[in-house]
Design a protein. Structure first.
Lengths: 165, 826
């Protein structure tokens, strides 16, 4: 299917066409951290998984216990959190968590997200461009092939007019 | 359909009130009920949507061959809890978008809710409506009367955890959910483990530090361990036991451990039966295909055989526990698509615990779902149906679709045509009835990118919503070919591949809209295995939204250029297998025909091939004095370049002058004049008689000219192609494919055959001056009848009648002649 625009991908994930409503949005490194602003333009909700995780770790804990299935469970919890609006939610910083688990588990995570995971709402995960150690080229190609990966252009504003229209 | 809305009216500028054609959005809407969302999940059984979902699942009793209706499957599950040893492990299979999860929600409510609850009553009402027969209704009601509510355990394949964690977590969720009405304490491992970890946390600091130091090697601390134990995370079972050993110097038994067989058996033995809280335990496994996919990939890294363990437990608890997996594809196929060798064998051994006879394909009546999803305003519809053209178009599409899909509707579902019209043609408008029928009968293959049926309807409805309900009486339909753009490879990997190849050969993005539509319609016919029963073109026209003549032309053009193949035996067209199209034949043929025109030599050569195909053979002419086969006229083709006085004379000499060489020749000529251009046709009209009389002034030469009224460039083109195809050498044929070559040649012959009929219908007969008066007087337009009269005049000094029943070459004729001459036997 090829590359989708950020807007069309967000619209696809917000709709009910897909049974697996998960997608990836690749961002230039300089745009990382601005996802919340961009999300407004795409008409999607936004959540930062690192902040969400930290907010829920009890004081005094010495371990965070990162596991691939735990990250999936956290993503499911965030998408089920109705305090975040939107038919589709853009979750940023998942790459930070993935960097903390073994390589083989990262593959498991992406495979599961692509084939099995059914979030209650559309789920858009942001990834830094060229982060092949987090999202392998082979896995990335599959997401791209199925039209579930979009690349955020550096001049994009999220209005839907930028990028590849 | 719903009533109430008023058709739009408009006062135009001249003050004349006229009714406007309503737009689709004015009278077609969609049901907003959650029951039609394509993301129904079994987990919603325990959500606020449950009652709504329970009431709205549409049960069906009839099913297509090889499938089971939802009523059948419900009955099998009921029987699993009856005396004897009925099967109690099932796989229910249906592709995405066919209501599998919604069915599972209905099952959960049927078994899990008490008889007096609105959820159960809602399901029962639907069941009774579909079951129809009193004994079947009585069976379901009696079952429910005799059983307490069940414990419903919901497992999910889209949850990232191992099977032990899934199972015990699901058990705990189920027991928690029922805890107000049915308080049960289950002695599973996590209860003891949780109590143990909590006890350390309330113990001395020193003991906590010792525990945390021990847990560090597992990247855990006490708080994290407690969190995971509380979520029934099976991976913490052994860690917790080892922590216990580390602190207390012996290994504990936490409840029943993590054994799934023991877990299931405990549920059956302790919770089900008289004086026990539940009437049974139903394990529903949603997204089972995803589970098998994950399970297969992890088979080498996982100790033991937990699926086998679970299913063994279910098997040993017959009559008390049943297991139903809901899958998009058969689980074995999923495993086979991922694994081989020992790993595959290991998974298959475990999956064998789900006996193959209990793998059922779920039938669903998508038509009824779509009918309920799409709501039309009755008043507007009635008003539209007063428009004769609209009504006729609706009627035609209704009848043709019912005919095409008669085996589904009449034979399997036992619908009559009125019911079909109500549900499909009217109830699913603006979907074309064939679109609905195809959607309901095509098995959409699951891919990583599955698209939903309702997603298609929703998207297409948006596209037409602002269009008028009809254009000049033709309804604004969502045509079947729209399915191709949306579902793409889900229509079947092979047909999709063949279609893409054909589309690319037809010109890719430059393919004309008509040809693209026809190719899409062909894909739907193949993918839906739609029987055409000799009406292939009508079926394709119906799917493509084109008229029959246009469809025929497009099919012929595609076949002629080698994009598709014509099957002359079955009178239908098929795709070439991807990568094996006949366009190579066309490419080589184009090379061979470069700078070639129809000349005498090419025409003669092509004529020989045509005669081998029984085309343009000699005509046997009925004459009073002899046998028709002795009095034959030869048929010839002559182009404008060839048609001269000299060539006509030469033909007459070579074809009709009997010499001493003993070769039999013809007695007359029927010449078909071939006009490649309108100028040629005009030239023939002006000059044919002049050339004829110039060639044979005042001679009675039996020649008839067939003069075209208009140009026949296609016939000329096909004739040239036939000649070109005959120039292919054996190595050429090997290069382009013998089968492909033969298909193109056969198609060319077929085109020439129908072209010859066309020539005959559109040609005017012309004879030499001496014959003109009689032929005109008798109003002869048929060349064979005219030739008979021409022969009578041309051969007026010919032989007397003599044994006209015999051919000259027959033995009887020779014997009779010899007898008369006195040479033969008396």
């Amino acid at each position: 299917m090829g590359e989708a625009t950020p807007k069309s991908l967000a619209t696809l994930l917000a709709g009910q066409d897909l049974s697996r409503r998960t997608g990836i949005l690749e961002l230039p490194v300089k745009s990382l951290g601005l996802e919340g602003d961009f999300a407004v333009g795409l008409n999607v909700g936004h959540g930062d998984i690192c902040r969400w995780k930290v907010d829920r770790v009890q004081a005094g804990r010495t371990r965070i216990g990162l596991r691939w299935d735990g990250i999936v469970s956290d993503l499911e919890s965030i998408t089920a959190d109705l305090s975040i609006p939107g038919y589709c939610i853009w979750i940023s910083n998942v790459d930070v968590l993935l960097a903390g688990i073994p390589h083989s588990d990262r593959s498991r995570f992406w495979e599961f997200m692509r084939i099995a995971f059914r979030p209650p709402r559309g789920l858009l995960l942001s990834m830094p461009e060229k982060a092949t150690h987090i999202l392998s080229s082979e896995e990335r190609a599959l997401w791209l092939e199925y039209g579930r990966l979009s690349i955020w252009k550096s001049d994009e504003r999220g209005s839907g007019n930028g990028g590849k229209q | 359909m719903s009533g109430g809305a008023v058709m739009a009216e408009n006062n135009d500028l001249r003050g004349v009130t006229s009714q406007m054609t309503p737009m689709i959005q004015d009278f077609v809407g969609t049901s907003s009920g959650a029951e039609f969302r394509n993301d129904v999940q079994l987990a919603q059984y325990r959500s606020n949507h449950n009652l709504e979902l329970a009431r709205d699942f549409i049960f069906t009793r009839k099913a297509a061959p090889g499938r089971k209706s939802s009523i059948d499957l419900l009955k099998y599950l009921n029987e699993a809890f009856m005396p004897g040893s009925p099967p109690n492990r099932f796989v229910f299979i249906a592709t995405y978008g066919h209501g599998k999860s919604h069915f599972a929600v209905a099952l959960a409510n049927y078994f899990g809710k008490a008889e007096e609850t609105p959820e159960f009553k809602g399901v029962l009402e639907r069941v009774n409506h579909a079951a129809e027969s009193a004994p079947l209704i009585g069976f379901f009601e009696a079952f429910k009367r005799n059983h307490k509510p069940f414990l419903i355990i919901i497992l999910r394949g889209d949850e990232p955890s191992d099977l032990q964690t899934k199972f015990f977590r699901a058990v705990e969720e189920a027991l928690q959910f029922d805890s107000l009405t049915t308080p049960v304490h289950a002695p599973f491992w996590y209860s003891d483990a949780q109590r143990f970890v909590e006890s350390i946390l309330s113990d001395s600091r020193e003991r906590q530090d010792k525990a945390n130091a021990f847990l560090g090697k597992f990247d855990l601390d006490l708080a994290l361990l407690l969190e995971r134990v509380a979520k029934q995370d099976a991976s913490t079972y052994e860690i917790t036991r080892e922590l216990y050993l580390h602190l207390n110097l012996f290994l504990p038994d936490f409840g029943t451990g993590v054994g799934l067989k023991e877990g299931v058996e405990w549920l059956g033995n302790n919770l089900v039966g008289e004086n026990k809280p539940y009437g049974g335990v139903l394990i529903l496994f949603d997204e089972f295909s995803s589970f098998v996919w994950d399970y297969s990939l992890q088979i080498r890294h996982r100790p033991g055989a937990p699926l086998q363990d679970l299913l063994n437990g279910v098997e040993s608890a017959r009559g008390k526990v049943a297991f139903a997996a809901l899958a998009q594809r058969d689980p074995e196929l999923v495993a086979k698509s991922l694994l081989g060798g020992d790993s595959l064998q290991s998974v298959l051994t475990q999956l064998n615990r789900l006996p193959m006879p209990q793998h059922y394909q779920l039938h669903s009546s998508l038509e009824e779902v779509l009918d309920a999803y799409l709501t039309q305003d009755c008043d507007t519809w009635d008003a539209l149906m007063t428009h004769p053209q609209f009504r006729n178009a609706i009627g035609r599409a209704n009848d043709l679709t019912f005919d095409i899909f008669t085996s589904r509707y009449q034979d399997v579902l036992e619908w009559d045509i009125e019911h079909f019209q109500e549900i499909v043609t009217e109830g699913c408008f603006p979907l074309h009835p064939s679109t609905t029928a195809l959607l309901s009968s095509v098995e959409l293959e699951a891919t990583n990118n599955p698209r939903s049926v309702l997603g298609f309807v929703h998207g297409q409805l948006e596209l037409v919503s602002k269009k008028e309900a009809h254009y000049e009486g033709r309804p604004t339909w969502i045509l079947p070919i729209s399915l191709v753009d949306y579902f793409r490879e889900m229509l079947g990997e092979k047909p999709w591949g063949d279609f893409c190849d054909a589309l690319s050969q037809a010109g890719g993005p430059d393919t004309s809209q008509g040809q693209a539509s026809v190719l899409k319609a062909m894909l739907l016919q193949v993918s839906g295995r739609v029987p055409t029963r000799g009406a292939y073109v009508q079926v394709i026209a119906n799917f493509a939204g084109l008229d029959i003549e246009r469809t025929k032309e497009e099919l012929q053009a595609l076949a002629t250029s080698g994009v598709i193949r014509f099957d002359s035996v079955n009178r239908l067209y098929t795709f070439w297998p991807a990568g094996k199209g006949a366009n190579k034949v066309d490419q080589l043929l184009s090379e061979k025909l470069r700078n070639k025109n129809l000349n005498d030599q090419i025409i003669d050569s092509a004529m020989k091939s045509l005669r081998q195909e029984s085309l343009l053979n000699n005509i046997s002419v009925a004459v009073p004095w002899g046998h028709p086969e002795d009095w034959q006229a030869e048929q010839l083709l002559m182009s404008r370049q060839v048609f001269t006085e000299e060539s006509l004379q030469a033909k007459a000499v070579s074809k009709m002058t009997w010499g001493t060489d003993g070769i039999e020749r013809s007695r007359g000529l029927l010449v078909w004049l071939l006009a490649e251009t309108p100028e040629d046709a005009a030239w023939f009209r002006e000059n044919a008689d002049i050339v004829l009389s110039g060639a044979f002034p005042s001679q009675k030469v039996p020649i008839i000219l067939m003069r075209p009224e208009a140009a026949e460039p296609e016939f000329a083109r096909q004739l040239l192609r036939l000649w070109g195809l005959d120039q292919f050498t054996n190595s050429d044929r090997a290069e382009v494919g013998d089968q492909q070559y033969e298909a193109v040649r056969q198609l060319t012959i077929e085109s020439l055959r129908s072209g010859q009929r066309h020539l005959k219908e559109n040609a005017e007969l012309s004879v030499a001056a001496p014959f003109k008066a009689r032929v005109h007087a008798l109003h002869l337009s048929d060349p064979e009848a005219a030739m008979s009269e021409v022969f009578k005049m041309a051969y007026s000094d010919g032989p007397m009648r003599w044994f006209t029943q015999y051919k000259l070459s027959s033995t009887r004729f020779r014997n009779s002649t010899a007898r008369v001459a006195g040479y033969g036997p008396r």
